[in-house]
Design a protein. Structure first.
Length: 367
């Protein structure tokens, strides 16, 4: 029930700004503001948008052995991760599926993790069970704000001049409007941007200061989803789950050379085999013809063998930047090449679609 959902430190601000609030992963979060999902999406692409992502789990893993210990649970190389760098990774299971995807930052000898809000309790239990002698600390006294869009640096720099020195996937401690924050240059929209981990008691004041900038507008879950979809970024629970391997999802790049050679992570047998020989299915982008979007669960067929279902849509909707519908789907690997014609069964009728290379909209990170 919504009245049982947790509230982020920005709850009162969301109400003040006229947000439509929904229960998402046990938290009351804005799905949209009066500008509307389309308007928020387009403003993010043109200027900058502010997202409340305080439902995400912020976890600290302390100690000199944190990086090597965490390698027992993820397929990424962490021992050599430099101070101030962040790496995208995944918790994998013994069957080679994905338990969650996460960001891992090196902060001195420690690690700072950000996990999906719906999986934070699960991930904490996974860490506690898999890391003997190390106790993960959930930073429940911090909020997380994301500024995304080409004007993100211009919005943030007056309050944190150091922001301009960061490149994509870099992180630092610095004051933002006089508050001690962890600032990371990354995000989930395909645009340049920052995530700001700020003490919960100071989050409201910081959000208000940020929103004084004329180029910044608040945005909710609706725009966040359409932006990440256009950027070809998979969403846990839709495009990633406990049966999906990183290789199927096109995330083999998150497994560095040393881990490919050494293995030693959950599901390595399946994952390394798929890296070498290819998976049976792959995540692809689809551009349906016409205006009808193909959403999660829509069946995918090969028009050359129309009685045989070859896949299913995992995410789909309307792309405001492209002004057209688009979808992510898993399909048989032999049918995954860009340009391939496939059919989507939408409301009982077969509709043609074309496989396209991801992302749908070019990513614009500051590297």
């Amino acid at each position: 029930m919504a009245d049982e959902a947790q509230r982020t430190p920005l709850y009162d601000l969301h109400q003040e700004l006229g947000a439509k609030l929904v229960d998402f992963a046990g938290w009351l979060l804005p799905v949209s503001y009066p500008l509307g999902i389309m308007g928020e999406h387009r403003h993010c692409r043109a200027k900058a948008a502010l997202f409340d992502v305080s439902h995400m789990g912020q976890i600290e893993l302390a100690g000199a052995q944190a990086a090597t210990a965490l390698e027992r649970l993820v397929p990424s190389a962490l021992a050599e991760l430099p101070e101030g760098k962040t790496r995208y990774s995944l918790f994998t299971n013994q069957a080679g599926g994905t338990e969650d995807d996460l960001m891992i930052a090196k902060t001195g000898e420690d690690l700072f993790l950000v996990v999906n809000g719906a999986r934070r309790a699960h991930d904490l239990a996974l860490l506690r069970a898999g890391l003997d002698g190390l106790e993960p600390q959930l930073l429940s006294d911090r909020a997380l704000l994301a500024i995304q869009g080409p004007a993100a640096e211009a919005v943030l720099a007056p309050l944190a001049p150091e922001a301009a020195s960061l490149l994509f996937m870099e992180t630092m401690l610095c004051d933002v409007a006089g508050q001690p924050c962890r600032l990371s240059r990354l995000g989930y929209t395909g645009e340049d941007g920052f995530e700001i981990s700020v003490p919960a008691e100071g989050a409201m004041a910081l959000a208000r200061r940020l929103l004084e900038h004329p180029d910044l507008e608040p945005a909710g879950l609706g725009a966040r989803d359409s932006l990440r979809l256009e950027a070809g970024l998979p969403l846990y629970g839709n495009d990633l789950d406990e049966t999906t391997s990183p290789v199927e999802a096109g995330l083999g790049w998150a497994i560095q050379k040393r881990r490919r050679a050494d293995g030693g992570f959950p599901g390595a047998t399946r994952i390394l085999h798929e890296l070498a020989d290819g998976p049976a299915r792959r995540l692809v982008g689809l551009r349906p013809e016409g205006r009808a979007p193909a959403r999660r669960g829509v069946a995918v067929y090969d028009p050359e063998a129309p009685d045989h279902q070859v896949g299913a849509v995992t995410s789909g909707g309307f792309g405001p930047t492209l002004e057209a519908p688009l979808s992510l789907a898993y399909v048989d690997a032999a049918l995954a090449e860009p340009g391939r014609r496939l059919d989507l069964e939408i409301r009982g009728k077969r509709q043609p679609a074309k496989v396209v290379a991801l992302p749908f909209v070019p990513q614009r990170y500051k590297r």
